[in-house]
Ligand binder design. Structure first.
Ligand code: TAP
Length: 489
């Protein structure tokens, strides 16, 4: 796609809301959306007004009963069609994502294709949800436990995975029989609107899917407070997740997928080269703007310097470019000035407290980078829990490394955080592997690999990393209520 055709594709969606099966220009104030690699304004969103929010919620409300009453195989067919359409249009949807979010086009295309896979996964799962007949305490009675879709879902999503984080909630809603009002992140609205276009093409009935753009504090908050929104499916920071929980005026189902501060432990028995490769991928992919990014690494003293040398080299070898003009770059621009500023703050804090700079530490140099939010993948060593890089989620291309002598101490350090999303281990010794998989207080533990989330398994955090799950059967069941039907013959 040329730059002109990307702007045209975005132009179709510029200032639009998707309500009751139709795109309409939003009446609210326009807010600019920038390409984070160039600073160029690529379009606008209209901040949804109270009347538009009401129209979307009411459209979802009206659509709920008929959609829930469809046969599971009908909803599955819609999801399969949606998955096919998304996969077929992945190249152009990826360009839209890169233009608003910054990740290189090849990586964005991978995300779109994974969303298409999620559609097919949830299509299959839609046909497998069933209730139970449970034992009863008196003769002549039968107890049926039935699963019924919750109703209208308000989905509020961040900017780091603009397709998948919208898509998982959309797929689970479509599969379960719920309807949905989506509020994507203010800075990445066009991917969500492009997904809505595919819903329209897939013939998903009016009102089943709606997209409202605007500020989280206004549009997102309105969904949280709306008495006719039955569930909030939120992905974002722990601070906003907690605020949502505390500010919701009704009792409401919520799944909250929140922040992480994910550790990796490299033991004395580890394949160090494999650990280096894993760390370089999971610390720096998407510029480290991943809830399950490796933020801090604890390495056994016997392999510490070898690991540091390897990770430094691997980080230095990664390319950083404008993700539109260099689709195969390793890193693109960071999504906005905010995560870049936080990365710099965490780096300065670590260096001021005695950390050793191993790689990166600055923005790449050259005219290409002058107007965008770029930063080199950065490794700091000799870190301690006095440093922000080890105790707070950086959400940038910065990783802290610390040395340990005793495995129990490493587990304690890894668990020394209010977060509990994902953790990583590289070890070959089976005793170490068992001790670590049991001892790490995280919802996901990846051992000798760095892909903590797969579609078939529940994906969720502990402690301040959230409540509830996405992915897997467990993720789908978050969209259902139980009903106990006690029958006297
Ligand atoms: P947040 O600032 O929390 O924003 C997330 C979403 O919430 C955005 O759509 C935001 O709108 C909206 N929002 C803000 N204030 C709100 C309010 N008062 N009521 C309702 N909605 C509100 O997070 P972010 O900076 O976009 O994303 C980064 C965070 O997400 C990181 O902490 C990361 O770990 C976490 N994350 C977690 C996961 C999982 S699976 N656990 C996955 C990805 C990211 P605006 O766009 O207008 O701000």
């Amino acid at each position: 796609m040329t730059e002109q055709s990307i702007l045209e594709a975005i132009g179709r969606l510029d200032g639009m809301l998707f309500i009751n099966g139709a795109f309409r220009p939003g009446a609210g104030d326009p807010l600019p959306v920038e390409n984070p690699a160039t600073g160029q304004v690529i379009g606008h969103i209209a901040a949804a007004t109270d009347a538009e929010i009401e129209a979307a919620v009411q459209a979802a409300r009206r659509a709920f009963r008929p959609w829930a009453a469809e046969l599971p195989k009908t909803r599955a067919a819609a999801l399969h069609r949606l998955g096919d359409l998304i996969a077929a249009d992945a190249p152009s949807m990826a360009q839209i994502m890169t233009a608003e979010q910054g990740k290189p086009v090849n990586e964005a295309r991978g995300e779109i294709l994974k969303l298409a896979e999620a559609c097919h996964f949830y299509a299959e799962e839609a046909t497998r949800v069933h209730g139970e007949i449970v034992p009863n305490d008196q003769p002549g009675f039968q107890s049926l436990v039935v699963r019924e879709p919750i109703g209208v879902v308000g989905a509020i999503t961040p900017w780091n995975y603009p397709a998948e984080l919208v898509g998982w909630k959309l797929c689970a809603s479509l599969a379960s029989g719920c309807t949905i009002v989506i509020k994507p992140a203010e800075i990445t609205p066009f991917t969500a609107l492009a997904i809505a276009e595919k819903c329209l093409e897939a013939g998903i009935p009016a009102g089943v899917v709606n997209v409202l753009t605007g500020k989280g504090s206004q549009v997102g908050q309105a969904l949280v407070e709306h008495p006719q929104v039955d569930k909030i499916a939120f992905t974002g920071s722990s601070a906003v997740g907690l605020h949502i929980q505390q500010s919701c005026p009704q009792v409401k189902r919520m799944s909250l997928e929140l922040g992480g501060n994910c550790p990796m432990i490299v033991t004395a028995s580890a394949d160090v080269a494999a650990a280096v490769k894993g760390a370089a991928r999971r610390s720096f992919r998407n510029c480290g703007q991943i809830c399950i990014a490796i933020n801090r690494i604890y390495v056994h003293r016997s392999v510490y310097e070898e690991f540091l040398a390897g990770l430094g080299q691997a980080a230095d070898a990664l390319s950083v470019h404008d993700g539109l003009t260099h689709p195969a770059a390793d890193l693109g621009a960071m999504a906005s000035a905010e995560p870049l500023a936080k990365t710099r703050t965490h780096l300065e804090d670590a260096l001021a407290r005695g950390a050793r700079l191993i790689a990166g530490g600055k923005a790449p140099e050259g005219a290409e980078y002058a107007k965008g939010h770029f930063f080199r993948p950065t490794v700091v060593a000799d870190c301690t829990h006095e440093m922000l890089v080890m105790t707070e989620e950086t959400f940038g291309p910065l990783v802290g490394v610390a040395v340990y002598d005793d495995l129990t101490e490493a587990v304690e350090l890894a668990n020394d955080t209010p977060y509990g999303l994902a953790s990583y281990v590289y070890a070959r010794d089976l005793t170490e592997i068992h001790a670590l998989s049991a001892g790490l207080d995280y919802g996901n533990v990846a051992i000798n690999n760095v892909d903590a989330g797969i579609m078939n398994a529940p994906y969720g955090g502990r402690k301040q990393s959230g409540v509830g799950y996405e992915h897997g059967r467990e993720g789908l069941l978050e969209y259902f209520n139980f009903k106990h039907v006690r029958l006297h013959h």
